[in-house]
Design a protein around this ligand. Structure first.
Ligand code: FPP
Length: 253
């Protein structure tokens, strides 16, 4: 057996990514392959969400950000948007006990105010109920778009400058980060996209500056805990230099 074969690598629980983002893509294609309605793909995709959330809790990953509904997804056919909103609401309500038992905090990034009122109400209840949990932060990106997030941050900063709360000289990268939906969270170390597309699709564009990207060919409904673990091992084998060169401090270099 080759020394670098998959079986030889074990997951190092001490060097897991702190923050993993996932672009859950391929629900529609999964359904189409089975001559099913696209909504069936989203339903099966919700089961995958459950298993990956559980995997993150078991492994000890601190933050999981799931791209569940983008600002662009509002343009999908009305019945698909309605079905997705219903699935989200069902998930957020049915998993509450699980979130509390497993010490999971739920948060939403995105235009929460644009969600249907009944979805907003359940999201707010789940966020409030789980506020003090600290094992896993589950960030659901809902009506989320990175360009909207950055535009919103710029607007807030300009308003603060206009009211003398801030000075132009206060603008730094940290200040901008502090006005994003992800304020006070570390940037994602790893972003996974399923279904073989090589795009970020308006997901965490600012925060992804130094994220490792992994593209899986698996359609989201077929994505498994086993593949997730293989991707984490792949992440651990990467050399992250953040634009710098590695220096060997032991010989003074
Ligand atoms: C992309 O697949 C997926 C979405 C737009 C929605 C993701 C939603 C879920 C996984 C289920 C609900 C989420 C939660 C958190 C409970 P696509 O429809 O664009 O697939 P395609 O590219 O194959 O058409």
């Amino acid at each position: 057996m080759k020394s670098n074969s998959k079986q030889d690598l074990s997951l190092d629980l001490k060097t897991l990514p702190c923050h993993v983002g996932i672009i859950m893509d391929g629900n529609g294609r999964w359904a189409k392959k089975r001559l099913m309605n696209r909504v069936k793909g989203h339903e099966k995709g919700t089961q995958t969400v459950r298993s990956i959330v559980t995997a993150c809790t078991e492994l000890g990953i601190g933050i999981l950000t799931l791209y569940a509904f983008s600002t662009e997804n509002w343009a999908r056919p009305k019945h698909e948007v309605k079905a997705l909103m219903m699935l989200l609401k069902k998930f957020i309500v049915s998993e509450r006990e699980e979130f509390l038992t497993n010490n999971i905090r739920v948060n939403v990034i995105g235009q929460k105010h644009k969600l249907p009122l009944d979805v907003q109400a359940e999201v707010n209840t789940t966020m409030d109920m789980t506020r003090s949990n600290d094992r896993l932060l589950l960030n659901l990106a809902l009506s989320y778009g990175s360009r909207e997030e950055i535009t919103n941050a710029v607007t807030q900063i300009v308003e603060k400058i206009a009211s003398n709360e801030l000075d132009v000289r206060d603008i730094t990268q940290d200040l901008i980060s502090d006005h994003l939906y992800t304020r006070s969270m570390p940037d994602p170390d790893l972003i996974i996209r399923t279904s073989g597309e090589y795009r970020l699709s308006n997901f965490l564009l600012w925060q992804a500056a130094y994220s490792e990207i992994y593209i899986s060919n698996t359609l989201w409904p077929d994505f498994s805990k086993e593949e997730f673990i293989e991707i984490l091992k792949n992440f651990q084998a990467r050399d992250r230099r953040f634009g710098k060169v590695k220096c060997n401090t032991s010989n003074g270099g």
